[in-house]
Ligand binder design. Structure first.
Ligand code: OOB
Length: 553
């Protein structure tokens, strides 16, 4: 059994194999390739714990065998939500080794998101952390029961134990048993789905992106090569580990492939990260723009020695050139801009690019076979330097969301090009500059909010007639979210927030501001005119009488 997905047409698959992009190796090759003396190198530093490549191998083998003993089979799916801890990678590799296809939810996702993913993949296994609010609030009840086949397939991560396996227990309370030298019994088909990436979304339901071993491993290898990673790389992983940026651009998997060390941080703030950089002599870090700004503010006054830093990568949202310029002076290292997407295409500025390119552009595609088209609304290519919509296909860009035929028909053209919804312009040298967006999404400092998803949940509140959510410019976050809500004037924003939280929606999706209105502007065809709402926000023209500020939760 394998998970269904939209494959690349045969002639593309043949070309990608012939060019050596798709090697037929499983994604776990990033650790398995390190044998003998190489396997003694440190793969992961997590708090006071150190894991060699040999440890990651052995522990993920044991865990995979334990999953198989429990009846999990290739083609089954799993829902995983773990914090930035070594166990995240050990679980990930274990699942890959027995062909169980996971969705790795972000740690700040709530019951709403987890349930939406579970509905789509119908997981046979859920792996959650014991301390997570979801589990703490309802360890044996609705959450676990609705997500999985039952508590015997709910695996909970507890306090770190010496042998790692002992950190886990089944939802029934039973310990996870795994023989010390157990290994999974399964051959992986590298052309099949390895795991699901998460889409930022703009359609109301979170979409899942099937990523194959072949395509993902290629993106990891090519990223590591382009970034010139080697065994000396010490990568500070401070953003959520499952995100495509920190996982594969080149991220932890790229660092593993190169034989380097991943240093795990619980959060990306300087108070956590600066001491880790000093202690472990970190050489690389990946940040979203707002966190870069916080680092730039904190670095000059900090006593921490950051001199080991060689490169700070910034991506996930648009970085302003004024902030980009300050990186070398304040952090004493180089900047690399990364413009990527969980669906595939990743653009990088190169390490030897000139300063103008690194500061002002979001880089260029990593693969010679990435095909990029910038089109006007009529579908015609724009002239160089002009803004258009980004369409792309290539050896690691997917060909269809999971179980989403109607949506796929809208976002792919007849030739298999995917429309990312980004508005970009081509700068000299083939570099892309992100100029805006043509999708109903808010990019809150790199965290993507699907406007329609939140509007739908909000509309479930008895006082709400209708809601429309738009981006609100913000000096630190780039954007925050503003909800225009048709509701009685005495409706309290704090009540609306409480309601959304109660529905299990992730905290970062709660609107930063509510504006109560009597009606919403409409376009000529009767749709809500978000452009007008955005302009009202941008120009501060929000009706001062109807306006209601968010109150603290
Ligand atoms: C990364 O992936 P996602 O899937 O969370 O979000 C993708 C979207 C892009 O379509 C674009 O709208 C925005 O995030 N984005 C950027 C950007 N990087 C991503 N917008 C402007 N400038 C940038 N540098 O965010 C992601 C995946 C892999 C590597 C890096 C980021």
């Amino acid at each position: 059994m394998s998970v269904a997905f939209t494959p690349w047409p045969a002639e593309f698959a043949e070309r990608y194999r012939a060019k050596g992009y798709w090697t037929g190796d499983p994604l776990t090759d990033v650790v398995e390739r390190h044998r003998g003396a190489e396997a003694e190198a440190t793969a992961i530093l997590c708090g006071e714990r150190r894991f060699r490549y040999a440890d990651v191998q052995r522990l993920s083998d044991r865990l995979a065998a334990a999953f198989q003993t429990r009846g999990l089979r290739a083609g089954d799916t799993a829902l995983v939500q773990l914090p930035n801890r070594a166990e995240f990678y050990i679980v990930f590799f274990a699942l890959l080794k027995c062909g169980v296809v996971p969705v790795n939810a972000l740690n700040n996702h709530g019951a709403f998101e987890l349930t939406a993913y579970a509905r789509q993949i119908e997981p046979k296994l859920a792996v959650l952390a014991k301390g997570h609010p979801l589990v703490a609030a309802d360890p044996a009840g609705a959450v676990a029961g609705s997500l999985t086949a039952g508590l015997d397939r709910l695996l909970l991560l507890g306090d770190p134990a010496d042998d790692v396996i002992g950190s886990f227990a089944w939802g029934t309370g039973e310990a996870l048993s795994a023989a010390p030298d157990a290994a999974p019994d399964h051959a992986v088909d590298a052309s099949g789905v390895a795991f699901f990436q998460l889409s930022g979304g703009s359609t109301g339901t979170p979409k899942l992106i099937p990523r194959t071993h072949d395509d993902y491993l290629y993106s990891v290898r090519r990223s590591a090569e382009l970034c010139r990673l080697d065994g000396g790389c010490r990568f500070l992983c401070a953003l959520p580990a499952p995100h495509n940026f920190t996982l594969s651009s080149p991220g932890a998997l790229g660092v593993f492939h190169a034989g380097g060390t991943v240093i795990l941080a619980g959060d990306p703030g300087p108070a956590t990260c600066f001491p880790l950089i000093e202690r472990h002599r970190a050489t690389w870090a990946a940040l979203v723009p707002p966190m870069l700004s916080v680092w730039l503010e904190a670095a000059p006054g900090s006593a921490a020695d950051l001199s080991s830093l060689e490169v700070v990568q910034v991506g996930g949202a648009k970085l302003s050139p004024a902030v980009a310029e300050r990186v070398p002076e304040r952090l004493g290292c180089r900047l690399q801009q990364v413009f990527g997407m969980a669906e595939g295409l990743v653009n990088y500025t190169r390490l030897d690019d000139d300063a103008w390119t690194v500061v002002n552009t979001q880089g260029r595609p990593m693969s010679p076979d990435d095909e990029v088209r910038i089109l006007d609304p009529a579908g015609r290519p724009v002239s160089p330097g002009e803004v258009g919509e980004l369409w792309t296909r290539g050896p690691y860009t997917f060909r269809g969301y999971y179980k989403a035929e109607q949506h796929n028909a809208r976002v792919f053209d007849d030739e298999g090009f995917y429309c990312s919804g980004d508005l970009v312009a081509m700068a000299p040298g083939g570099n892309l500059v992100v100029c805006g967006r043509n999708k109903d999404q808010i990019n809150r400092g790199g965290e993507k909010i699907d406007a329609q998803e939140v509007e739908d949940v909000l509309a479930g509140h008895p006082a709400v007639g209708h809601a429309a959510i738009v981006a609100m410019p913000d000096p630190l976050m780039g954007e925050r979210s503003c909800a225009f809500v048709i509701a009685p004037p005495d409706t309290r924003p704090s009540e609306l927030r409480r309601f959304l939280r109660g529905q299990g929606l992730a905290d970062f999706k709660l609107p930063d501001r509510f504006v109560l209105v009597a009606e919403l502007p409409k376009t000529a065809v009767g749709k809500i005119d978000k452009q007008t709402l955005r302009e009202r926000v941008r120009h501060g023209l929000v009706d001062p009488i109807a306006q209601t500020e968010m109150t603290a939760p």
